[in-house]
Design a protein around this ligand. Sequence first.
Ligand code: NAP
Length: 232
Amino acid sequence: MSTVVITGGSRGIGAAAAELFAAKGHRVCFLYEKNHAAAKAVAEKTGAEAYCADVADGDAVREAFAKIGDVDILICNAGIAHIGLMQDTSPALWDRMFDVNVKGIYNCVNAALPGFLRKQSGCIVTVSSMWGQVGASCETAYSATKGAIIALTKAMAKEFAPSGIRVNCVAPGLILTDMCAMLDQQTLDAVAQETPVGRNGTVEDVAKAIAYLVEAPFVTGQILPVNGGYVI
Ligand code: NAP
């Protein structure tokens, strides 16, 4: 049984990943920021352990990982999005996007890394977005953070491979979660129509792609699009 740590496990993609890895028989621990009720529901449903910690806060992350103990697999999924024009994105919001989406990964990887290096074994999956690959209008900060995650994944894969640690990334398209709650049904339908497989993505679609990357021993440094062909 491996210990899997998932950031952002209280809702959406992270909750689906918690459910899938728990069903595979792993010990699942997840971090969340503030939604205690959702975290409790996931913990009760899956048997996973919930830890309240803002990934942007290095001390909180180190404290959570100290309680968790030895980690085998790290899924860096926690993220926030913002839709708005570049000129309406305040410096504080810009910084928060990078602190959560990018520095959050730095904090979590550095918390897991000593154990990975000691064992000369470990697996990391990051969660980017198709907008990190091609950029989205009105999502400049989000796209920038998600592009940074792609570069960070490749750099970590090269640096950590000699130590037996694989690092891969999923780049989802539109996935039906709270993150898309601001999109009306007409927009969701339009995206589904423009998607070659003819539908929007589900959290299970992404969880399965994450599990594939965890279980593929000769795959590292790769960005796996999970977008139904929307971006090819
Ligand atoms: P979601 O439903 O909004 O859930 C976000 C999760 O991240 C929640 O568990 C939330 O915890 C946690 N979180 C947010 N900020 C955090 C912080 N500072 N520290 C710790 N946990 C934090 O999002 P989602 O759609 O599942 O997205 C998950 C990942 O997939 C994100 O990185 C997102 O960018 C990426 N993604 C999503 C889509 C999509 O269409 N949904 C597409 C491409 C990529 P609380 O419950 O406590 O708030």
